[in-house]
Design a protein around this ligand. Structure first.
Ligand code: ZN
Length: 179
């Protein structure tokens, strides 16, 4: 296991469409080690989610801290080859941050309800629906696999800036996604 270097905005790997992981490869050490590296790197940099392209691996893998349900102890959710579908036109907005854009924040609108289909770390098919903040975090991470960054979705660039100034002047009782 190793802590890996984070790719920051401007590196082409963040703008590539990531490659799906063949189902039979998931159990192999290369992929399992990569997942462990992603988890370790996410914790090291205080992220709440990380996509493989963010550590220079153009593969469709996302790891997330799943702490959305106060009744369940937080755990790590791994999504491989995720497919996301919006279930509503309604949007919710969130001040998003990203380890690949250190020190910055921006206000982004995204569909409020989504369905997710993916494989987990064991290669098992999973499908579920997510709403609100959970849906925001999943969409943010999965966008990395499409070569998209949250800044692509900011409609009003006056609501984009350095975290400290955003917190001081712009954010008022609104949802914040910490990186
Ligand atoms: Zn990100």
């Amino acid at each position: 296991m190793a802590i890996r270097k984070i790719a920051v905005m401007g590196h082409p790997v963040l703008r590539q469409q990531a490659t799906p992981v063949p189902e039979k490869e998931i159990s192999k050490p290369e992929i399992q080690n990569l997942i462990q590296d992603m988890i370790q790197t996410m914790f090291e940099y205080d992220g709440r989610g990380l996509a493989a392209p963010q550590i220079h691996e153009s593969l469709q893998i996302v790891v997330m801290i799943w702490d959305f349900d106060p009744k369940i102890k937080p755990y790590i959710q791994v999504l491989i080859n995720p497919e996301i579908r919006a279930l509503t036109q309604e949007t919710s907005s969130c001040w998003e941050g990203c380890l690949s854009l250190p020190g910055l924040r921006g206000k982004v609108d995204r569909p409020n309800k989504i369905s997710v289909q993916a494989l987990d770390a064991q290669g098992k098919k999973i499908s579920f629906e997510a709403e609100g903040f959970t849906a925001t975090v999943i969409q943010h991470e999965c966008d990395h696999l499409l070569g998209k960054l949250y800044i692509d979705k900011i409609k009003d660039l006056s609501l984009f800036g350095f975290s400290r100034e955003c917190t001081q002047f712009l954010i008022q009782n609104e949802a914040i996604n910490p990186e």
